[in-house]
Design a protein around this ligand. Structure first.
Ligand code: ADP
Length: 412
């Protein structure tokens, strides 16, 4: 380097170096300017020591920004009046606002009306008492969607511990809350299940015990035959409930294996398996399969369970006063799957019971000898296959169940 002669030049040189340091460049050191000038040497050593110190104690802006944008929560810096000063990338992605759209706006635009006071109070506490507050709030996105959020508002301090802002960290709790609600519903369902299952298992056992007492004290053959028939009915009832519970257990625990299923074949198989049930011969079964819906990739066992229960119900709940009872099974192609319609002209289901019949152990008619689990099993199976189920029914006219089953890609 050329010698820096004039003191003006020396000062300019030091000043330029200090500007570089002020810009955050701590990687260079100030070289010796004039080795004969002791004062300048002392300044040079002092500045270089300061740079070393700064290098060790300063967190770079890039480093801070990467932390700020790396956190997967909404981060918003607010001033004392609740105006937005800074926002991170997650805020923009999750709430669909750009940085400019939020800058200097009051935080109220993001907060549901009845939560605004809580946020305002938390900002005040951060500024006045340097306190951190936690509030559960609903955040509103630009498209006016609501996001449940666990939010922390804490003071931001400078080096002298003066408050410079409030940092709002909002965690998206929507998935957690949905999971919690699902867990609560499942728990309620489980409680109901234990209660109803034990009731449905206990009542035939209690009846059997009473009949057994009568049987023990009886010598008359006719009476013995009657009691035995009663016990047999109780055993049948137990068998129906236990068999349905077993099916339910299998549905919930069995891993799904998909295969290409011929719908005609599966329906014929079901009909053959139930041709000995009561009333089978009184119901005319018609099958109509659209050529474009002859096959589907899905879980065979579940599809069979769905069809079996619906066909069985269509026969069981036939209308005794109908001239000709019928059951029409229609299979049609539908968007990326098939639609199955099972229509009967049976007794129908009263309107006020239609939303309850898919519940566990629910029987809409006192004449039902079933477990009340059939349609619950159907609905559980349909959901497991990723499909949907709906019904339309009118009392004494008939019932139509409509099911959509999506085509599964995977074939084992
Ligand atoms: P169940 O074992 O009683 O047949 P399900 O769960 O299969 O139980 O059906 C629930 C109730 O819905 C039945 O008790 C019956 O009242 C009514 N139901 C189901 N299918 C039909 C139908 N096709 N026609 C009329 N009522 C029906």
């Amino acid at each position: 380097m050329n010698a820096i002669k004039s003191s003006q030049q020396q000062l300019q040189y030091i000043q330029d170096f200090l500007i570089k340091i002020a810009d955050g460049d701590y990687n260079s050191t100030l070289p010796v300017i004039d080795e004969k000038d002791e004062q300048l040497l002392a300044i040079q050593v002092g500045i270089n020591m300061l740079v070393e110190e700064l290098k060790e104690s300063t967190i770079s802006r890039v480093f801070l920004d990467s932390i700020y944008n790396g956190i997967n929560d909404v981060l918003i810096v607010l001033n004392a009046t609740g105006e937005i000063q800074n926002t991170n990338n997650v805020t923009h992605q999750l709430l669909s606002y750009s940085e400019d759209e939020l800058k200097n706006k009051n935080i109220d635009i993001l907060i549901q009306l009845n939560d605004r006071d809580a946020v305002k109070n938390a900002i005040r506490d951060a500024f006045e008492q340097q306190k951190t507050q936690e509030v559960a709030i609903n955040i509103i996105t630009k498209e006016e969607n609501t996001i449940s959020s666990a939010c922390t508002i804490s003071p931001l301090l400078d080096a002298k511990k003066n408050i410079t802002g409030a940092l709002m960290v909002a965690k998206n709790m929507s998935t957690l809350i949905t999971a919690k609600n699902q867990l609560r519903d499942k728990n309620e369902e489980l409680n109901l299940f234990v209660y109803k299952a034990s009731h449905d298992l206990k009542s035939p056992i209690s009846s059997m015990m009473s009949v057994m007492t009568l049987l023990n004290n009886c010598n008359n053959l006719e009476e013995i035959q009657l009691y035995t028939k009663m016990i047999n009915e109780c055993i049948n009832k137990l068998n129906v409930v236990i068999s349905d519970l077993l099916v339910l257990g299998q549905i919930n625990h069995k891993a799904l294996e998909y295969e290409k299923i011929n719908l005609e074949e599966i329906i014929q198989g079901i009909i053959e398996s139930i041709e000995f049930i009561k009333d089978f011969n009184d119901v005319k079964i018609e099958i109509e399969i659209n050529p474009e819906a002859k096959y589907i990739n899905t879980e065979k066992g579940l599809l069979r369970t769905i069809l079996l229960n619906l066909i069985d119900n269509g026969i069981k709940y036939k209308n005794k006063s109908a001239e000709l009872s019928f059951l029409k099974i229609r299979i049609l192609p539908e968007k990326k799957g098939i639609s199955i319609q099972v229509e009967d002209n049976g007794i129908g289901i009263p309107e006020n019971q239609q939303d309850k019949i898919f519940k566990m152990f629910y029987r809409a008619t006192s004449t039902s000898k079933g477990s009340g689990l059939g349609l619950y099993i159907v609905r559980t199976s349909v959901i497991k296959l990723g499909g949907t189920i709906s019904l339309s029914s009118a009392l004494n006219v008939g019932t139509t169940f409509k099911i959509y089953i999506p085509e599964m890609k995977e074939v084992n």
